[in-house]
Design a protein around this ligand. Sequence first.
Ligand SMILES: NC(=O)c1ccc[n+]([C@@H]2O[C@H](COP(=O)([O-])OP(=O)(O)OC[C@H]3O[C@@H](n4cnc5c(N)ncnc54)[C@H](O)[C@@H]3O)[C@@H](O)[C@H]2O)c1
Length: 343
Amino acid sequence: MTIHRIVLISGDGIGPEVAAATARVLGSAEAPVAWEEELAGVAALEAVGEVLPQQTLDAVRRRGIALKGPCTTPVGEGFTSVNVQLRKRLELYVAVRPIRNLPNVSTRYEGVDLVVLRENTEGLYSGIENEITAGVVTSLKVATEHASRRIARWGFQYARDRGRKKITVMHKANIMKLSDGMFLRCARAVREEFGYDDIEYEEMIIDAGCMKLVQDPTRFDVLLLENLYGDVLSDLCAGFVGGLGVVPGANIGNDSAVFEAVHGSAPDIAGKGVANPLALLMSAVMMLNHLADTRGDTRCREVGQRIKRAYNQALSDGQKTRDLGGDLGTEDFASAVIDRLGA
Ligand SMILES: NC(=O)c1ccc[n+]([C@@H]2O[C@H](COP(=O)([O-])OP(=O)(O)OC[C@H]3O[C@@H](n4cnc5c(N)ncnc54)[C@H](O)[C@@H]3O)[C@@H](O)[C@H]2O)c1
């Protein structure tokens, strides 16, 4: 029986808490995985003096897959974000963030089922900033045709493979005519060149798009966004379905994939044992599906389905953490899921 070796980066803040809970559920579900723990973020800075050690990068490259908790990036101390570095150095060029309503998690919206696809390697996240003179700063937005076409191609193929019907690109090409203009041109060109006319395509200026999103998120299917817009809209869309505790994600490249929740290290609740582990657990289910898709190991999909049924059942039974209006702690919720793995 194949055991998949997965790099586990627990991260900072609530990271170790939600990672331990997630690993416990996967262990109880007998997921065919073995963890190799590596450091990143403040934990790595304290241990080895850098936020993203070469050893961690090498491990992810070697194993091809990682499950990652959130990492704190110290602000104003000259550190490039760990997450940005990781995504760029491993060429994890697309972030996939499914946003769906969950059972018994009531929000203002029903029937939300959309996916945010975020370009992960460029835009304003190049981190190239200069203070030209005291009080005047420039921040460089980098956009390339290569990356714009690459994510468009990935997005259309994803939509087709998943039976999704429509891609909406949100942009600001009215102002950033060259960069966002190119993003749009590439999406249109890819659709035409590769014959994706079965996927409906629309473009929306992002300010109006945000209004339409909050008016009725159910009219959207796949959102294709450059880096900054994707970052902001991921959290906005998380609000449709119960918040950051319930939105998973995957960062995918041609050679590696890193699965992590959309949320950050939540310093306000870190160490209290109250964080919702569901977003990371859902990310782990995405990871199991990815293993099934890329390595043909159908057991991974079965285990993922079992975990999904169990967390849906736990929620239906009112087993919820505080962010969802319940009173369970991180480990209590993991136990509630484990108790339902046979369901
Ligand atoms: N992928 C990542 O590693 C990642 C992503 C975003 C932010 N960050 C980092 O995280 C740190 C904190 O960022 P922030 O405060 O803006 O965003 P955050 O996502 O950490 O927290 C925002 C709010 O959501 C709540 N929240 C987040 N996750 C939760 C969970 N699982 N259960 C319950 N409540 C949860 C927090 O308590 C907080 O009130 C920063 O250093 C930032 O750079 C890391």
